[in-house]
Ligand binder design. Structure first.
Ligand code: PXP
Length: 252
């Protein structure tokens, strides 16, 4: 199982003072060193955290895949086509939301998503679609020709009762199986933390976890390398964590 770490909230902290630190690019390199498998960053239309400089730098300094999360907005698609990250995850975006709310509705936005996928594919960018864990959306993703989907765990994470959480977990399980049988690379993410991630690690077919807020929050106390490693050992206890060379952090 792979861990993609979302480093948006390092940038949130920087933007709260409109200064140059903490740098999400440094956080990304340290996460790579910690053994994370990919770096995720969301370039929002309002640039509330990650900005174009971050995206451009991330794309050149990382030794692991960079997964750019973004909306299907034309200007943002144009930036992605210029930067050419290894992967793009298309998500819905609303100005007023605190964080991504719900999966991308592929029924409602089918044509626009198709256009965005075609444009990105023309620049050899792999596209993943962030969708709710329901069959109709998985079927639509299949007809759009993508190989990767990320199932939204938001409802599961936000469950207020044990009963709701169980039901949401069941929905995710069924959706993972369904998507896996259809040949998708299946990622999950949104609202996952060190406790609620555990039941998901038992689901066969999940190949990647994309987690941000909880790891960045934990890093305030233990540092980002330790916080990321704690999450890696939860989602993949067998993993021998390789130490990677991060001389880029020290070389002048
Ligand atoms: N995956 C997607 C598609 C997201 O939009 C987000 C939030 O930016 C995440 C994963 C990470 O969510 P969290 O910060 O709650 O772990």
């Amino acid at each position: 199982m792979k861990l993609g770490i979302n480093i948006d909230h390092v940038a949130t902290l920087r933007q709260s003072r409109q200064i140059h630190y903490p740098d999400p690019v440094v956080a990304a390199l340290l996460s790579e060193h910690a053994g994370c498998d990919s770096i995720v960053a969301h370039l929002r239309e309002d640039r509330r955290h990650i900005n174009q400089r971050d995206v451009e730098l991330l794309n050149v300094v990382l030794g692991i895949p960079f997964n750019l999360e973004m909306s299907i907005n034309k200007q943002i698609v144009a930036i992605a086509m210029k930067v050419r990250p290894e992967k793009v995850t298309l998500v819905p975006e609303k100005r007023k939301e605190l964080t991504t709310e719900g999966g991308l509705n592929l029924t409602l936005h089918y044509r626009r998503v198709k256009t965005a996928i075609e444009k990105l594919a023309s620049r050899d960018i792999e596209v993943s679609l962030f969708i709710d864990p329901v069959r109709s959306q998985i079927d639509k993703a299949k007809s759009l020709g993508v190989r990767t989907i990320e199932l939204n765990t938001g409802k599961y994470s936000e469950s207020k009762t044990v009963g709701t959480q169980k039901r949401e977990l069941e929905k995710i399980k069924k959706a993972v199986q369904y998507a896996h049988n259809k040949g998708f690379f299946v990622a999950v993410g949104h609202g996952l933390e060190y406790e609620n991630v555990r039941p998901l690690t038992k689901i066969k077919g999940i190949q990647e976890f994309n987690i941000g807020h909880a790891i960045v929050s934990r890093s305030v106390f233990v540092g980002i390398v330790e916080a990321a490693r704690e999450m890696i050992s939860l989602i993949d206890p067998q993993r021998k964590i390789k130490k990677r060379n991060i001389s880029i952090l020290y070389d002048k």
